[in-house]
Design a protein around this ligand. Sequence first.
Ligand code: APR
Length: 261
Amino acid sequence: MSDRLDDPRRDEALQTAARALARSARVAVFTGAGASKESGIPTFREPETGLWARYDPMRLATPEAYRDDPPFVWSWYEHRFGVAAAAQPNPGHYAIAELEHLLPQVVVITQNIDGLHQRAGSSHVIELHGTMHSFRCIDGRHRGFGWDDFADQDEKPPRCPACGDYLRPEVVWFGEGLPPDALDAAQRLSASCEVMLIVGTSGVVYPAAAIPMIAREAGATVIDVNPERDSLTRLCDVFLQGAGGEVLPELIAAVRAHLGA
Ligand code: APR
């Protein structure tokens, strides 16, 4: 389907998606790095511009990499977090947040660690891959430290205020399990939602990528928003080709129209 705004097939797909959402009592919105792309935060796997196209994830996003060279890995995350901290939610984030005010229950399940859904006003967000806004000591005994808890430290990486070990971000690295409570909540929601709206994920990293399959197998209507066809498009009922910041405001306006809101 073309992403030309005047393509009748595109409008038909948009209306189909809007009708399904308008009728739904429980919606899960599953997002990946593409949802934050228009906020200026790079994705991971896009050719040339993706983070993993330019850097080696195995040298940066694993517990072994951090133990081998804590200052190097810390500087990488400090750079990424600086980019994300300067970023603002984009129209796609705000459209998702607005959905909460139109429908009985909307929960965001995100793979992103930037916190932009919350800053846009989404109040129910499950962070499957952790967050850049919380830190723990390297063996996990002390958790929940914020940036302010080590702002006075010059050493990089900073030290745990409780035990003096290095701090690390509470993000999920390759080879690590997802936070059990977050994964369980996401799986339960996916098995009971009526519609799953997928935005901006390549759908290649498991177990997160299995979330839409759970929804599909439970009979939910699955909608995919992405400029490109991705690994999940094949299992979707509706594919809305385009950038989230452009498609989502249109989609939510169509939902509002269906609701007469
Ligand atoms: N709007 C919506 N989607 C977009 C946009 C946009 N403006 N721009 C790009 N995309 C799509 C791309 O086409 C791609 O399908 O976003 C997707 C980004 O895919 P990835 O870079 O693989 O990001 P993601 O799916 O979130 O990766 C999953 O992998 O490295 C780990 O922990 C990391 O959470 C991440 C996980």
